[in-house]
Structure formats: structure tokens, C-alpha cells
Design a binder for this molecule. Structure first.
Ligand SMILES: [Zn+2]
Length: 174
């Protein structure tokens, strides 16, 4: 599974075009989207890691709450819903694309429809939480570097595309 940094970058990259440039404050929107991208791992606190929070069902619930509270992520409720849904969903998808070393392998992606764990081809290195093992810092740094190489271009593309569409919209209005 990717690190929290990888999840934050991936969530913003996935959700920014849906939030749109006309979102209230783009930086604040990005912080919220990054938080949504990292939030599923809060399940570590209650011992159900990679289960219900890592699923389509949890993403829909979280996005519905965000839309209901009108989180300052996008200009309309519908956009808040779609953007936070994508941000949350990016987390289990990236986890399913990560090297997993602990059983059960993968995440409960399709909950509540299925409790089966799903894993795809590993693209990201495993980020271990066993900080006491030798080589922990080196391995974590390498894994994060790999995530940055894969995800930073996606974030830049997403930022560029959102900006371009925003200026096209403004040109259309004037
Ligand atoms: Zn996770």
C-alpha cells in the first residue's frame, strides 16, 4: 500500500478536475481532498484495516456526508459529492495496486456488495509500519520516491487540465 503522502497526492490528482477551478478556495479544496484520500487508514485505530473503510460503500457514505455538510471543496453539492467520492475511492484503488504483505491480501473494495478482498497488479511498493526493523527508513524513502515518480505527473496533469478548463469557462462567460 502507498504511504499517506502517496494517498494525499493521488486523491487530489483524481478529484481536482471534478472539484473544478471555480471551487471556493482551491488550496482549501486540495487540503480536504488530500484528507479524504488519507482517511480510510483511520481504520488502523480500530483494528479493521483494509476492510469496510476501503470500499465503494464507505466512499459513497463519506461523499454523501461531505455533500450534505457542503464541504468547501467545490461550488455545488453535486460536485462536492463527486470530488470527495473520487478522493476517497482513490485510496482503496491505490492500495489494491500496492504490494501487500499481510493477509488477507488486498482491500474490501466492493463492500457492502461483497466482503472479498481485492488486489490488482502491484505498482506501488509496500510501506511497512514496522519501524523497528532494520532498513525501515531506506525502504520507506524508496517507496515514497517511487510513488512521487508515478503520482506527481498525474497531479500536474490534473492541475493543468483543471486550470485550462477553468480559463476556457471564464472566456466563455466574458
Ligand atoms: Zn489503506
Amino acid at each position: 500500500m502507498p504511504s499517506p503522502i502517496g494517498h494525499a497526492i493521488g486523491a487530489v490528482a483524481a478529484a481536482l478536475p471534478a472539484a473544478g477551478r471555480e471551487s471556493p478556495v482551491r488550496w482549501r479544496a486540495m487540503v480536504w481532498l488530500a484528507a479524504f484520500g488519507m482517511a480510510p487508514d483511520l481504520d488502523l485505530l480500530f483494528g479493521r484495516h483494509s476492510m469496510e473503510t476501503h470500499s465503494v460503500g464507505a466512499a459513497v457514505i463519506a461523499a454523501a456526508l461531505a455533500a450534505w455538510c457542503r464541504l468547501p471543496v467545490a461550488a455545488t453539492r453535486a460536485r462536492v459529492f463527486v470530488a470527495t467520492l473520487l478522493a476517497w475511492l482513490s485510496h482503496p484503488l491505490f492500495d489494491a495496486l500496492g504490494t501487500d504483505t499481510s493477509e488477507p491480501i488486498g482491500v474490501m473494495l466492493l463492500w457492502p456488495f461483497s466482503s472479498e478482498h481485492v488486489a490488482f497488479v502491484p505498482v506501488f511498493d509496500a510501506v511497512s509500519r514496522r519501524y523497528w526493523l532494520p532498513g525501515f527508513v531506506e525502504r520507506t524513502m524508496l517507496a515514497i520516491a517511487r510513488e512521487l515518480v508515478i503520482l506527481a505527473p498525474l497531479l500536474l496533469a490534473s492541475w493543468w487540465w483543471t486550470g485550462r478548463r477553468g480559463s476556457a469557462l471564464r472566456r466563455g462567460q466574458s
